[in-house]
Design a protein around this ligand. Structure first.
Ligand code: PEP
Length: 246
């Protein structure tokens, strides 16, 4: 059986301040967890986190370009220098609000890999796609646009299944719904590379909190969480990080 080390990732979005950095770092310093723990704050706060073996740092976005006249952009080299080891790509807020496509995600993933940063690539269906029973079809299109286009990315990235209707809404996929999609993603990707598909970590994201996480995490293909709102509360995020996989 393939063992996948769970990854619990915090996506602060455009929230937080230096006080939260201090509180989160101090809280995580004291916990006992065998999972990999990742904090993705706004990039301006990356270098404020004390170095620690208890957590890693990541960014929420990166430029698709290497360097040059791209006002307002931040390159992969820059986020790496600020301490990022991961970058979240293709989050539904980036896709919906900033018109990011799978092609953009692929370019950004290439920039990240160039400097040794692991992309966490997000995919998910909208409410109307789910209601029309198009969830698997939609996911297959997105997965193919990224992983069939660049098969070696599968062994070098993390996937986050984030149903768009569950992000920041308080609605969560049931453990059965989430497991069904995670298992579909793994099986679909096995057609590209069975070994890499068995090893790739697939995180669940969408209104995860300390109450609903144990049953989601108990599902066999759920390898961790991408946590938004609850990751702004150090005690609750620490509780999620400490929950064992049953
Ligand atoms: C997210 O931003 O990736 C997310 C899942 O947010 P929330 O947990 O608030 O739904």
């Amino acid at each position: 059986m393939t063992v996948r080390r769970p990854l619990i990732a915090a996506n602060w979005k455009m929230n937080g301040d230096r006080e939260l950095v201090t509180m989160m770092a101090a809280t995580l310093q004291c916990i006992d967890s065998s999972h990999e723990i990742l904090i993705c704050p706004p990039v301006i706060f990356l270098s404020d986190f004390p170095k620690s073996t208890q957590y890693r740092l990541g960014a929420q976005n990166v430029s698709s370009e290497k360097a040059g006249a791209f006002t307002g952009e931040i390159s992969a080299d820059m986020i790496r220098a600020a301490g990022a080891e991961y970058v979240i790509l293709g989050h539904s807020e980036r896709r919906c609000l900033f018109a990011e496509t799978d092609a953009t995600v692929l370019q950004k993933a290439q920039q990240a890999l160039r400097v040794g940063i692991t992309p966490i690539i997000c995919f998910g269906e909208t409410l109307s796609e789910r209601q029309q029973e198009k969830t698997m079809w939609v996911l297959a299109q997105h997965l193919d646009a990224v992983y069939a286009a660049q098969p070696d990315l599968l062994a070098e990235s993390v996937i986050a299944y984030e149903p768009v209707w569950a992000i920041g809404t308080g609605l969560t996929a049931t453990p059965e719904q989430a497991q069904q999609v995670h298992s579909f993603i793994r099986q679909h990707l096995a057609r590209i590379n069975a070994d890499a598909a068995a090893k790739v970590r697939i995180l669940y994201g969408g209104s995860v909190n300390a109450d609903n996480w144990p049953t989601l995490f108990s599902q066999p293909d759920i390898d961790g969480a991408l946590v938004g709102g609850a990751s702004l509360k150090p005690a609750e995020f620490a509780a999620i990080c400490q929950m064992a996989k049953e």
